[in-house]
Design a protein. Structure first.
Length: 63
C-alpha cells in the first residue's frame, strides 16, 4: 500500500490518501490540488514532489 500525506508538501494540510499503487496516489493528490486548493495547472515538478513524498506502508519499520 502507498500513502501520501499532503502536509509533507503543503504546510498545515491534513489531507492524505492511500492506494495500492503510486499512480493512483498521484491521481488522487492531483485531484485534491484541483478541487480543494483551486490549482488549475499541475506542473511536472509538482508531480515529482508528490512522488518523492509517497511512502510504502507495507515496508517494515526501521528500528
Amino acid at each position: 500500500m502507498k500513502r501520501f500525506e499532503s502536509g509533507t508538501l503543503i504546510p498545515g494540510s491534513t489531507w492524505h490518501t492511500e492506494a495500492d499503487n503510486e499512480a493512483e496516489v498521484v491521481r488522487r493528490a492531483v485531484e485534491n490540488l484541483r478541487n480543494l486548493h483551486g490549482e488549475t495547472e499541475i506542473r511536472p515538478d509538482m508531480i515529482e514532489r508528490i512522488k518523492q513524498r509517497i511512502v510504502d506502508t507495507d515496508a517494515p519499520a526501521r528500528p
